[in-house]
Design a protein around this ligand. Structure first.
Ligand code: AMP
Length: 502
């Protein structure tokens, strides 16, 4: 089955799902399986371990929900001994998986218990006492129940770890290891991660038994509905903020809601103050906020009481951020995949999306990496810069011509109709006093991150900066997976990619 060449007309009927599950799939309106479903469902039904490299939006939730429903049709749960366990990094994701079980398992009459924080233990205890067929949990709350003696994990036949790399970001790896040791050796593991950093690799090597490996393409395909632009920007932080406002104001009439992404949490904080000061209805989402505060900000953004959400990749990861009309990248993400993630917040459900990315002279190399990943050039607003400054560009950059077929100086068609920005006087907010260029990326922030550092030579501060999530996305690992295949290979982009995804 894996690697089959009948992708165009693959049907759910061939995957080994039970008739009841097939009815549910039909009722949900799914006509054909997504690549991850096609690859993961048959071995999962056979009881094999599956290691899936797939992101949100790939249909991975159904890729584990559907075989689980099929397998759980036989057997009954016993009190306090769940038959299956799904681990999710956040409450929101846990709640979404719960919803998927309610929809797809509507006819199964299985007991599905959700163990997440912020809900009383009593109600959760009662559900566990009744016997749960499916337990969906975040690690902290699950272990709380376990430690209170309310839960036995020795009856778990199927263990799902979802979004493992987010678990890593959130510090849950020791919990996962502990849980694996509490589960019976014979359990089945269905393990999903968007990327394979070494820590995750280690876990899968240790705890998965001869897994079937499945990989699907990243969401770069979804970028087709997004108008992407790059804008030349100065390197100086204050001047760059002025440029950001200029770009945002060019689109002010069209912006319904927007996310402004920055690489570092110090920048996120500075941008929040700066944008508020300049009259934008903006609020930050940063890594230091607790889950509660993050949810409050997100709700305000969702309800429209905040127009501009300023976020770092880390703060945005794992959260159910609504569809937005515009994405502005104050910094170029140092990992090309993060760019795809960021712009994927717009242009969903077939709607038009717009993203603009500021490019300072020292950020050209990251743009090159993004264009290589997208396999296309991104158009410039206004004139294309002649050349990245020679001190920061990668060697191959110097020989590359940029900007595709667009002629130099040709004006940007979609920018014509927007009103021109008035020059503004930039009063300096207090928080803008410190240079930002040396601050560490959000997820690398160490206790000393905000201490002043020794000035580095001007021309190499980017090159010497540690890339964020250095251990992630090693493309060679991904490519070497035996059963790997992608949407792009098949030339087939399923319709579900155009739908909203969390
Ligand atoms: P996920 O990657 O699991 O978050 O799923 C992304 C979205 O795709 C969800 O809204 C699912 O309901 C939807 N979806 C999952 N599988 C299919 C399918 N085979 N056909 C159409 N939509 C799907």
């Amino acid at each position: 089955m894996p690697g089959s060449n009948h992708k165009d007309h693959m049907s759910f009927d061939k995957l080994g799902l039970s008739p009841k599950v097939l009815d549910a799939v039909k009722a949900a309106g799914f006509t054909e399986p997504t690549p991850i479903q096609e690859e993961a469902i048959p071995p999962a039904i056979e009881g094999r371990d599956v290691l899936g490299l797939a992101q949100t939006g790939s249909g991975k939730t159904a890729a584990f929900t559907l075989p689980m429903l099929t397998r759980l049709e036989k057997g009954r749960a016993r009190a306090r001994m769940p038959r299956s366990l799904i681990l999710e990094p956040t409450r929101e994701l846990a709640a979404q998986v719960h919803e998927a079980f309610e929809t797809l398992g509507a006819k199964h009459r299985l007991t599905v218990a959700l163990l997440i924080g912020g809900v009383s233990f009593d109600a959760q205890d009662r559900k566990l006492d009744r016997g749960a067929d499916v337990l969906i949990a975040t690690p902290g709350r699950l272990l709380d129940h376990f430690e209170r003696g309310k839960l036995l994990l020795t009856g778990v036949d199927i263990f799902v770890v979802d979004e493992a790399d987010r678990m890593l970001d959130m510090g849950f790896i020791p919990d996962i290891e502990r849980l694996y040791k509490l589960l019976p050796f014979t359990r089945q593991s269905l393990f999903f991660s968007a990327t394979m950093p070494p820590e995750i690799q280690r876990i899968t090597n240790t705890f998965l038994h001869n897994p079937v490996q499945v990989e699907v393409a990243r969401r770069s395909a979804a970028a087709e509905t997004i108008t992407q632009r790059v804008v030349r920007a100065p390197k100086d932080a204050k001047a760059k903020r002025a440029k950001l406002r200029e770009v945002v104001r060019m689109h002010e009439n069209d912006v319904k809601n927007a996310i402004v992404f920055a690489n570092r949490k110090t920048t996120v904080g500075t941008l929040e103050k700066s944008m508020q000061k300049h009259g934008f209805n903006a609020s930050a989402l940063h890594g230091d906020m607790d889950q509660h505060a993050r949810l409050r900000t997100l709700n305000a953004f969702r309800e429209g009481s905040i127009d501009y959400l300023i976020a770092s990749d880390v703060a945005a990861r794992g959260l159910d951020i609504p569809d937005v009309s515009h994405v502005f990248n104050f910094d170029v993400p140092t990992h090309a995949e993060d760019y795809v993630h960021r712009i994927g917040r717009t242009g969903r459900a077939g709607r038009e999306g717009y993203s603009a990315t500021l490019i300072a002279p020292d950020e050209f190399k990251y743009l090159t990496a993004i264009e290589n990943l997208l396999e296309k050039k991104i158009e410039w607003v206004g004139d294309e810069p002649a050349q990245a400054s020679s001190d920061t560009a990668e060697p191959e950059k110097k020989t590359r011509s940029r900007g595709g077929s667009r002629k130099r100086g040709q004006s940007e068609p979609s920018e014509k109709r927007v009103k021109q920005t008035k020059p503004e006087s930039e009063a300096k907010p207090k928080s803008e006093a410190k240079p930002e260029s040396e601050a560490k990326p959000d997820n690398e922030a160490k206790p000393d991150a905000d201490k002043p550092r020794r000035e580095k030579p001007k021309d190499d501060n980017r090159q010497s900066a540690k890339p964020r999530r250095q251990d992630k996305h090693p493309s060679s690992e991904v490519k070497s997976m035996p059963n790997a295949k992608s949407f792009t290979e098949s030339g087939h982009i399923p319709a579900f990619l155009q739908r909203p995804v969390r």
